[in-house]
Ligand binder design. Structure first.
Ligand code: ZN
Length: 117
């Protein structure tokens, strides 16, 4: 995927899912533990495929993961929708990835190489 270097999301540091200025374009999946949708940057119009995924934990609060993958074409959307599990999205880079694990919000950061996870 192309790096969205023009986008405020690419250049800003310390982003959280709550502070992103994104508009809902399309909803793909809504279920109890997984949500997938298409979002658009309100500023530059960059499209992002977004997944929210919740992993049930019995020891502490549930773990939650947010992934934003910059996309440009319908083919790219289809490729992403064809993935079966949340883990399959890891190979689509770069991506903006964030997690809430062990009762702690880890914030969002860009992953450009597999070893960045
Ligand atoms: Zn933007």
């Amino acid at each position: 995927m192309r790096k969205p270097t023009q986008c405020v999301l690419w250049n800003e540091v310390g982003l959280t899912p709550e502070t992103l200025d994104l508009e809902m374009v399309r909803v793909f999946v809504r279920s109890e533990h997984i949500e997938r949708d298409l979002l658009k940057c309100c500023e530059c119009g960059q499209l992002y495929f977004h997944e929210w995924y919740e992993h049930i934990s019995f020891k502490h609060d549930d773990d939650m993961y947010d992934t934003y993958i910059p996309i440009e074409t319908e083919e790219e959307i289809q490729q992403l929708l064809d993935t079966k599990t949340s883990a399959d999205l890891a190979k689509f880079l770069p991506q903006l990835h964030g997690s809430y694990t062990n009762n702690k919000n880890d914030g969002l950061r860009w992953i450009e190489k597999p070893e960045d996870f």
